[in-house]
Design a protein around this ligand. Sequence first.
Ligand SMILES: C[S@@+](CC[C@H](N)C(=O)[O-])C[C@H]1O[C@@H](n2cnc3c(N)ncnc32)[C@H](O)[C@@H]1O
Length: 229
Amino acid sequence: MAELPEYQPTEFLKVSDLVASDSLDWDYFYRQGTPSWDTGKPEPCFFDMLKKHNIRSGTVLEIGCGSGADACLMSALKFEVTAIDVASMAIDRAHLLADKYHQKLRIVHGDVFPFSERCGTFDLVYDIGFYHYIRDHKLREFLDLLWRTTHSGSYYYTLCASAENALPEFELEKTAHDPMPKVAPPPVYEDEIRMELGRLFETIDIQPAFMQTRECIDYPAWSCLFRRP
Ligand SMILES: C[S@@+](CC[C@H](N)C(=O)[O-])C[C@H]1O[C@@H](n2cnc3c(N)ncnc32)[C@H](O)[C@@H]1O
């Protein structure tokens, strides 16, 4: 019988530690298997927030859509969806998911920064786990992108990891037996969110929430909705 490999505690990486600039190879995580953030299911707190504020229709842009679970549900809810991701394997999976659920949405493989210069504006722009990563490297460029892709009355939603309630190290080690590299989302304080995104938007709602992961733990997060005046 084959011997079990020796137990090795997980080396927990932070996305922001991996990215000296913004040159992270996102496709690497998808080539290795299924990344820890990719549950294959929509994030309930995002859909709860839309329902709470009666946001039911319009054009939407998802930034960093991954394998497309949120984008497909948005399309099923009759939003007119454009979903973009820089990782080609994530985009292949998003196409498969859209086909599986017979959803017609625009799925784009590419970098959202150049894309935002030609895609026009949307009634709702959202990301699940993009703002909390990009703010460390390209906050000004990201705010410019949000300015280009929204118009007066547009909403912006982000689900980002919470610094106030960040998990202690010992809890993170529970994920040790998976060969996939673990990536802890870079956490953000509520004050930072209000200050950074308040430069463009009025704050509509910020709620404590959880980001789902494939492991046995979910990350404390902020579920945030803004509107452009
Ligand atoms: C933390 S993951 C979240 C993925 C997805 N929203 C989810 O919850 O499963 C961040 C995503 O942003 C994508 N991404 C990173 N930089 C990007 C860029 N410049 N343009 C488009 N997508 C990007 C990555 O490939 C990755 O799929």
